[in-house]
Design a binder for this molecule. Structure first.
Ligand code: FAD
Ligand code: NAI
Length: 473
């Protein structure tokens, strides 16, 4: 089995697995990657980041054609939706990108194995193919990168027809009349926006007292206002407790029940589809972890040390399957870090600067601490804000909804957090991430050239405003 001897075997070919595999190959290791699905790229490329962004962009065009182009003096008539074509476009983007990962595996001489991976001993991975055939790989090191799956509620399971998850919400064949979204987190807001723009009535039911409750509260207030203007409806402080589906002729009428925790009442709401978006959970079933004594926490996350090692020093875990934000770029960075650690390098990930983005329109992008978190830590701080309404480029493109907020340490001026609601906030945020990586002060951002007129000038103005020195607006 000499040809099946590897320096490292990655189990799972999502952003964590395939990025780590590439870095390990670049560092001269003999690398294998095991994936149960025929296409590589994991959740992100197949049923996550990429198809959702493709549909967000397409639905934004539909919205613009219907409601926004006229203001630019562009007259359009007879606008209609070809959902089939929109889905084909999305699928083609997914296919191109997943094939791209295949190409990268070949280019980097990474051996790819199709089948379900199980760790049978600390140095052996068994692969079971769809037809039941098994084979074994010998591995000096093993990296578990098996990702996450949709979390369900005990009384609400995904049946793919009445109750759908993000995966089905990315491939619906018709626009629902009324989509009830359970959970006002990232998926609920992004995919709720898609179907709202394509014509559905969308009601988001959220347990917390605000949507996107993990973000800075001032920013979620701005985002909520904007999404409400677009027609999204929100029921907050409401706990979904059950649902029933009844056939009414050809149609199915669904009743969702929730507890209104403000009024202490039980409320029923009717719809024709439920999108369940109450989070995701780590996936490590069938890997053989129990037999190996590899520990998981209460929520099922694999326990690792600072070097991503499990209790077996040559078995590592990265990405969604370990604690931390469930984000593609976090998995990627950990993949690179683990490969570098295997090569004897430092392999460091700076968890203080993980950007987080909700790709609604406007987008909400954030890095570092929220104002609530800074307060909780007891740090003395100062805040500079700047609205997109006062930004020349935002005015020119006609997208002025939004706000930038820079939070800096009161004594040292070091940037602690940056939060943006606005057009292409995800791209504007990039400079804040770099600034924080280099431990910049608000003044460093304020004194850095920003091209004019660009959306990025909002960052400089907000940074100037930390000391109340904005020049525009
Ligand atoms: P995954 O991508 O989940 O990959 C794990 C892989 O392991 C899968 O391919 C799985 O089939 C395979 N596998 C599991 N067990 C085995 C086994 N035993 N043997 C063989 N193979 C196995 N993140 C962002 O940063 N930006 C976004 O815009 C974004 N949008 C998202 C939109 C949606 C709708 C969803 C659901 C998620 C989104 N995410 C986004 C989150 C992102 O997809 C995940 O954080 C990321 O994919 C995690 O990468 P991973 O490599 O850890 O795991
Ligand atoms: P989430 O954790 O973002 O949001 C879930 C929401 O559901 C929470 O606000 C929670 O309070 C609410 N909730 C839970 N139980 C409820 C109940 N019974 N009734 C009403 N509300 C309830 O999870 P989501 O949106 O499913 O996304 C999963 C993960 O996928 C995210 O954490 C994120 O890491 C990743 N993702 C990232 C994206 C991005 O980076 N743009 C896009 C989509 C997903």
């Amino acid at each position: 089995m000499a040809e099946n001897n590897f320096d490292v075997v990655f189990i799972g070919a999502g952003p964590g697995g395939y990025t780590g595999a590439i870095r390990a190959a670049q560092l001269g290791m003999k690398v294998a990657i095991v994936e149960k699905y025929k296409t590589l790229g994991g959740t992100c490329l197949n049923v996550g980041c990429i198809p959702s962004k493709a549909l967000l962009d397409s639905s934004e065009h539909f919205e613009a054609a219907n409601h926004e182009l006229e203001a630019h003096g562009v007259k359009v008539s007879g606008v209609s939706l070809d959902l089939n074509r929109m889905m084909e476009r999305k699928s083609k983007i997914v296919k191109d990108l997943t094939s791209g990962v295949d190409f990268l595996m070949k280019k980097n001489k990474i051996e790819r194995f199709l089948g379900y991976g199980k760790i049978t001993t600390p140095n052996e991975v068994e692969i079971k193919a769809e037809d039941g055939a098994t084979m074994k790989l010998a591995a000096k090191n093993i990296v578990i990168a098996t990702g996450s799956v949709v979390a369900e509620l005990p009384f609400m399971k995904v049946d793919k027809i009445n109750v759908i998850s993000s995966t089905q919400a990315l491939s619906l064949e018709t626009v629902p009349k009324h989509l009830v979204v359970v959970g006002g987190g990232v998926i609920g807001l992004e995919l709720g926006s898609v179907w709202k723009r394509l014509g559905a009535k969308v009601t988001v039911i959220e347990f917390a007292d605000r949507i996107a409750s993990m973000m800075d509260s001032q920013m979620t207030t701005v985002l909520t206002r904007s999404l409400k203007k677009q027609g999204m409806e929100f029921v907050l402080k409401a706990k979904v407790t059950g649902y029933k589906a009844e056939k009414k002729g050809k149609e199915t009428e669904i009743t969702v029940t929730y507890e209104d925790m403000t009024k202490n009442t039980t409320v029923d709401i009717k719809c024709d589809k439920i999108l369940l978006a109450v989070g995701r959970k780590p996936f490590s079933e069938g890997l053989g972890l129990e037999e190996l004594g590899i520990e998981k926490d209460k929520r099922g996350f694999i326990q690792v040390n600072d070097h991503y090692q499990t209790k077996h020093p040559n078995i590592f875990a990265i990405g969604d399957v370990i604690p931390g934000p469930m984000l593609a770029h976090k998995s990627e960075e950990e993949g690179v870090a683990v490969a570098e650690i295997l090569a004897g390098q430092a392999g460091h990930v700076n968890y203080n600067t993980v950007p987080s983005v909700i790709y609604t329109w406007p987008e909400l992008a954030s890095v570092g601490l929220s104002e609530e978190q800074v307060k909780e830590k007891g740090t003395e701080y100062k805040v500079g804000t700047f609205p997109f309404t006062a930004n020349a480029r935002a005015k020119a493109i006609g997208m002025t909804d939004g706000l930038v907020k820079v939070i800096a340490d009161k004594a040292t001026d070091k940037v602690l957090g940056v939060h943006i609601v606005g057009p292409r906030a995800s791209d504007v945020l990039a400079e804040a991430v770099i600034a924080m990586e280099f431990s910049a002060s608000a003044e460093d951002i304020a004194r850095t050239f920003h091209g004019h007129p660009t959306l990025s000038e909002v960052m400089r103005e907000a940074a100037l405003n930390v000391d109340k020195m904005a020049r525009q607006g």
